[in-house]
Design a protein around this ligand. Structure first.
Ligand code: ZN
Length: 452
């Protein structure tokens, strides 16, 4: 699952070194070019295939790598948040935002044009300051653990494209923000929250069309995998679901990484299931059907609109808190450098300090909501595969085992890390559930399929 709210947050927390992840790996701390494993590793037969007590198991060497890699990502997440705050404070104290504001107000009287000047300059300034940690997190680390396949030139091109998107989206979002703040100094938190609804919906809608193709190629899965697609259709028929195969895409993730993943994105006519080509290369067709069953669960159970509503509810609370924090911070820190109030474009770094703090503090709530739906999608995947895959439990256990091994998923995250960062239940929990959830063998009704 991917969330427009996170996208919006990322755009607002301009050029953040550490972004929210997506897909099924279960770590929300992956760097932009996301995490992975070595496809050169031969996959052992599924451990304890038909037993009900399978666990996530790695070779001692792979386990040590997974722990080292995951722990580095955790440190990068927390350190990256502090570095972001430090950079914004630097841009405030060094009067950089005041300088940008002066240039913009001299160039135009229109707020939108001023935003088109200030925001891209600000994006560039922060990107330069964050370049070391961004380069380490998304290039050096990925190569060190043998996860990346991306060359340096391609990485630089992605970095540039990402900044252009941030500059454009950031200009629009911040134009709305400053417009609302100037119109209604006392109620802007509520009005900006209202405005965030169409903004986020717009991002979710256009992301599959406008943003994703800038980085990857998408081809309908039925073109490259006709046999698999007909099995998928059989699975959907079996469940009485109508998802056109034209909505299921293959993505050339192998141009960047060795990681395996799949996700559901978009809304309405842009809604789609996406499977990374690395996943297609690494898994057998039973395992792929289970991965797709999970993704189809997100689609059929309306997880994107449901999470959107819940995440917006969380955002409303945090915007309310942010209102007081921004007012207080700008009141105290603004006059030191010549910032004339929250509605002054020069307040941008102080607004972003508060926003980074709020995004950080809301992470456990948003991720907790996500874990709930991810578990539901796992359950749905098993139910929808029953009757099509000979042993759905064994196939799901094996699929998750490959996912963990390839992506170097942490075998034993601490309760705190799980609570704060995990968008999915830890892999060991998912595998244990996959091994033992078989209501059909106990004469119990299916829980999720029936609801549809
Ligand atoms: Zn999922």
């Amino acid at each position: 699952m991917r969330f427009g709210w996170r996208l919006l947050a990322i755009c607002l927390v301009i050029a953040s070194a550490v972004t929210a992840g997506s897909g099924e790996t279960g770590k929300s701390v992956a760097a932009p070019s996301r995490a992975a494993g070595q496809s050169s590793v031969a996959h052992p037969a599924p451990p304890a295939t038909s037993s009900s007590n399978a666990t996530y198991t790695l070779s001692p060497e792979r386990r040590a790598q997974a722990i080292a890699y995951s722990h580095t990502l955790y440190v990068l997440y927390f350190v990256g948040t502090l570095i972001s705050i430090g950079i914004y404070l630097l841009l405030w104290r060094a009067r950089v935002s005041v300088l940008f504001r002066d240039w913009a107000t001299k160039s135009s009287r229109h707020l939108f044009v001023q935003c088109l000047i200030v925001v891209p300059l600000f994006v560039m300034a922060t990107a330069v300051l964050k370049l070391p940690i961004h380069y380490y997190a998304s290039f050096v680390l990925e190569h060190r653990f043998g996860l990346a396949t991306q060359g340096f030139a391609s990485w630089v091109a992605d970095w540039g494209k990402g900044l252009a998107i941030e500059a454009l989206v950031g200009s629009i979002v911040l134009w709305v923000f400053y417009f609302v703040v100037r119109r209604s100094p006392r109620r802007w938190w509520f009005l900006f929250w209202l405005a965030s609804i169409p903004l986020v919906l717009g991002f979710i809608l256009i992301e599959p069309y406008a943003i994703d193709p800038l980085f990857y190629k998408f081809t309908p899965l039925e073109k490259s995998q006709p046999v698999l697609t007909s099995r998928i259709e059989a699975m959907l028929d079996h469940a009485g679901l109508a998802i056109p195969p034209s909505r299921i895409f293959e993505m050339d993730a192998s141009s960047r990484t060795k990681a395996v993943d799949a996700y559901v994105t978009g809304l309405g006519s842009s809604k789609r299931v996406v499977v990374w080509d690395t996943t297609l290369k690494t898994m057998g067709s039973d395992e792929l059907l289970l991965v797709l069953g999970h993704e189809i669960g997100h689609y059929v159970l309306y997880h994107i609109p449901k999470e959107f509503v819940l995440d917006e509810a969380v955002a409303m609370l945090f915007f309310f808190l942010g209102f007081f924090a921004v007012n207080r911070l700008v009141e105290r820190a603004g006059p030191l450098v010549g910032i004339e109030g929250v509605g002054d474009l020069a307040s941008l770094p102080l607004v972003l300090v508060v926003l980074v703090g709020l995004v950080f503090l809301s992470a456990p709530i948003v991720n907790g909501i996500s874990r709930h739906y991810e578990h539901q999608a796992d359950q749905f995947g098993l139910e929808v595969a029953y009757g099509v895959v000979p042993d759905p439990n064994a196939a799901e256990v094996h699929a998750l085992q490959i996912l963990g091994d390839q992506d170097l998923a942490d075998p034993d995250p601490s309760p705190f890390i799980k609570f704060w960062l995990y968008t999915h239940p830890p892999l060991d929990d998912r595998i244990r559930f996959a091994a033992r959830y078989k209501p059909w063998s106990e004469g119990k009704p299916l829980m999720l399929l029936r609801a549809e």
